[in-house]
Design a protein around this ligand. Structure first.
Ligand code: ATP
Ligand code: MG
Length: 250
């Protein structure tokens, strides 16, 4: 594959914002005609809504969802069923050639269970073969963050970590995280334009980076350490063209 590859992560926090979602998907559909793009999506609020309908309460530990067996069923149904298929269909209606798949398809992401979080895992191995085949054919892969463990059982993985693992495996030129804030904000809620990898742990320890921004910033650091050079966390409501947010540097 000669074209440079972009991995773009679309936060679940943006899915319910119909205007932001449509605007962004139109941009991705256009970009995917010229470039090799892999889209990874989250779905936190959709999972919470589905859990609420079933009378189940979400539980978080350091920005990660505690996932028991019952919750895992809801997580996989929402992410790999509902959200993944809806995004692929919406992109296709905009003229893209989107194909929805999860980390469990094509041995894409094998994860290892994390202690104390139930059926939650961290990506241990990414096999990007199926993505390379799709990209070579001009398709736009849309990936949901559910992986298999070594025995083939489902694990809920963080979408940011999935995007980072895929960007590394694909030797992507760019990794962009679209979320519902304009990048990493300081204690006064102002965007920090550039964050260095070595400064991330201090921002976490100092309580500036909390919740979902913890796995996101650590995923950036890990991708940089493994050779992805251009990484941004940006405001998904402003879209890909404006790039309002934080550039992560080594
Ligand atoms: N220093 C910080 N700067 C910006 N956001 C922060 C910071 N610390 C914590 N956050 C929180 O991180 C959130 C973004 O992470 P979150 O996991 O909620 O969204 P996402 O990753 O885009 O969506 P999903 O997890 O569903 O894919 C922000 O909405 C904000 O509440
Ligand atoms: Mg998140």
């Amino acid at each position: 594959m000669k074209k440079e590859i972009w991995v773009v992560k679309f936060g679940g926090s943006l899915l319910s914002d119909a205007k932001a979602r449509r605007g962004f998907l139109k941009q991705i559909a256009a970009v995917s005609r010229r470039r090799a793009v892999v889209l990874v999506h989250g779905g936190g609020p959709e999972i919470n809504a589905a859990l609420a309908k079933m009378g189940m309460a979400p539980k978080f530990v350091k920005g990660r969802r505690y996932t028991d067996e019952a919750t895992l069923g809801v997580v996989e149904g929402v992410l790999s069923g509902q959200v993944n298929k809806a995004l692929a269909a919406e992109l296709n209606s905009m003229g893209a050639k989107a194909v929805g798949l999860s980390g469990r398809d094509g041995r894409l992401i094998t994860a290892r269970a994390l202690a104390g979080l139930g059926r939650v895992g961290a990506p241990a191995k990414a096999d990007p073969g199926v993505l390379k085949t799709l990209l070579a054919g001009g398709w736009l892969p849309v990936v949901s963050p559910v992986a298999s463990d070594a025995r083939g059982r489902a694990l809920n993985i963080n979408a940011d970590e999935a995007a980072s693992a895929l960007a590394v495996a694909l030797k992507a030129a760019r990794l962009v995280f679209l979320t519902d804030v304009a990048g990493i904000l300081d204690a006064g809620k102002k965007t920090i334009p550039v964050v260095r990898c070595r400064g991330i742990q201090d921002l976490i320890d100092g309580g500036v980076i909390t919740g979902g921004m913890i796995p996101k910033s650590l995923s950036c650091r890990s991708a940089i350490e493994k050779g992805v050079h251009e990484i941004d966390i940006i405001d998904g409501r402003a879209g890909l063209a404006k790039m309002k947010g934080t550039r992560i540097l080594p």
